[in-house]
Design a protein around this ligand. Structure first.
Ligand code: FAI
Length: 519
């Protein structure tokens, strides 16, 4: 009996040459409706599945190949006498090669306007059943799931090199293919159920991630740690284009992400108030707005020149020559911006190692708002803390009202505080950070660092705290250094102590009612 190949493909690319190769090698072909039509149109001999099974395709194609004559033919073990006896008793012919690619579900739901029912109809049922059956019985059956496998397979067929190892490798690829297909369906359905929110609230669905490897990294946080970067291909950092510079490192990416999140507080791309951020070890060390990108960058660098050395920079507008000149005036690791103009690129090329990344605002908007963090043996998932600051909910709790200038400064300092590791204290004035205290185990410790960095510049500046003041020590310290207004979430059992201190020392205090820890 001639060996049999079953072909049932949505993507007809490469189908005809594959079928010709199979026919040349002596196979007879069976195909579902559309595939058989394509083969007949090419003048090739093929039997329709419906003729082979004696059962017509029904339910508009929902049932085509789901039949014992198909699945018996694929799943029967050749070395198992009882299986062979079953085939004989039922008059079922074995199927030796299965070529299937699935309904284009991912492509269908990539269109955000797609109707729910259209997406559902594009969930392939019979295809995965055949792929899984063939992969399970790879000891006797070859399974092909992608046109890219056809040519190498034909080469092996011609040379008689279809080994057990090859069949096993193809089975692995087949199971990876169906697993990834099911992940796409369940992720889409979870998003539909959750409405706009990406996180199912009450009943958390199991987390399934399908992120292609974007690039292997030289190493992880340290040279003895291996690392790779996985990313959605067209969203967020996956869409970033590296225009020049050394290979990106693991730490560069983490710092770039922190810098980008901070600069986005001021908008990103056309129409945004120009802003620049310098990050070191995930914390901003200089942040400023300005009338131009160059002005903002110059002020961000001035905020803390010592820390800026070797920094990671994010700018929220197109980098021009003036900005590029500042960027080349000191050693920096990376720069991300929505764009770089020609003269800027020419100037930046003089610093060949400096990594330049162009990331457009549309790609940022497409990125998931889920934030993942690993624990030993598990993952924590939360929404990003990226909602715009809502000043309407703020309350002045001190006797003195903040001036309009102080209110502006408090808004600026507050925007930064959530991008600094807790306990976070920021000191700012006139749209420029002056001192940032990060990651201390007590709040007043972070305040000391921020005020020390600000030095004399703290006089007349404001101070923000990402969490409430547990004691009045931070307010007293701040007042002693010349801070005139503070902003904090409020909610401590000792809030009254801090408010009393503000009143006694003439400070204005605003409470936001919202905490912004960053761990
Ligand atoms: N329902 C079935 O029995 C069934 N059998 C095969 N398919 C799919 O139908 C497609 C091929 O259809 P056609 O040959 O009619 O163009 C393939 O993507 C294949 O995976 C099916 N479709 C959906 O489940």
């Amino acid at each position: 009996m001639a060996p049999t190949a079953l072909l049932s493909v949505s993507n007809k690319e490469g189908l005809v040459p594959l079928a010709e190769g199979l026919l040349e090698a002596g196979y007879q072909l069976i195909s579902s409706g559309g595939t058989a039509a394509a083969l007949k149109a090419a003048g090739l001999e093929v039997t329709k599945v419906a003729e082979h099974t004696g059962a017509p395709e029904i339910l508009g194609g929902r049932v085509k190949t789901l039949h014992p004559r198909i699945h018996g033919g694929i799943l029967a073990r050749r070395c198992e006498p009882s299986h062979q006896a079953d085939l004989e008793a039922q008059g079922i012919a074995p199927i030796d090669v299965v070529v299937v690619n699935l309904y284009p579900f991912r492509e269908t739901v990539a269109n955000p306007e797609v109707a729910f029912d259209t997406a559902i109809e594009n969930i392939d049922i019979g295809g995965p059943a055949m792929v899984r059956a063939a992969a399970k019985n790879h000891a006797d059956v070859v399974v092909l799931t992608s046109p890219s496998q056809y040519e190498p397979f034909l080469e092996c067929l011609r040379t008689g090199a279809i080994s057990a190892a090859l069949r096993r490798q193809l089975a692995l690829e087949a199971f990876q293919h169906t697993a990834s297909y099911d992940t796409a369906i369940s992720s889409w359905l979870a998003a539909q159920l959750a409405g706009a929110a990406e996180l199912p609230s009450a009943v958390a669905a199991p987390l399934r991630l399908e992120l292609p490897a974007r690039q292997s990294l030289r190493y992880g946080e340290n040279p003895h740690q291996q690392a790779t970067w996985h990313s959605e291909p067209a969203a967020g950092w996956g869409a970033a284009v590296q225009l020049q510079g050394k290979e990106l490192s693991y730490n560069n990416l983490i710092d770039l992400d922190a810098a980008l999140a901070t600069v986005r507080e001021f908008g990103y791309g056309p129409g945004a108030q120009p802003a620049a951020v310098v990050v070191k070890h995930t914390n901003p060390c200089g942040v400023a707005i300005g009338h131009s990108g160059a002005a903002a960058l110059s002020r961000a660098l001035d905020a803390d020149r010592l820390s800026a050395f070797g920094g990671i920079v994010a700018i929220n507008c197109v980098v021009d020559l003036a900005t590029a000149e500042l960027l080349t005036s000191l050693f920096l690791e990376c720069v991300v911006a929505p764009g770089f103009d020609g003269p800027a690129l020419e100037r930046l090329a003089t610093k060949a190692n400096l990594r330049l990344l162009e990331l457009n605002p549309a790609a940022i908007a497409m990125a998931s708002r889920r934030q993942l963090r690993t624990l030993l043996g598990g993952v924590l998932v939360q929404e990003l803390d990226d909602q715009p600051v809502d000043g309407a909910a703020w309350q002045v709790v001190s006797e003195r009202q903040p001036t309009a200038q102080e209110l502006d400064d408090l808004g600026f300092a507050w925007k930064l505080a959530r991008h600094v590791r807790s306990n976070a204290i920021t000191v700012a004035k006139g749209g420029q950070s002056l001192g940032i205290g990060a990651g201390q185990m007590n709040r007043v410790g972070s305040a000391r660092l921020a005020l020390e960095a600000a030095g004399d510049r703290a006089r007349g500046a404001v101070l923000a705290s990402d969490g409430f003041f547990p004691f009045d020590d931070t307010v007293r310290l701040a007042a002693g250094q010349g801070i005139t207004a503070v902003i904090q979430p409020g909610g401590s059992v000792r809030d009254a102590d801090s408010i009393t201190a503000c009143n006694a020392l003439g400070l204005a205090m605003v409470v936001t009612g919202r905490r912004h820890f960053l761990h």
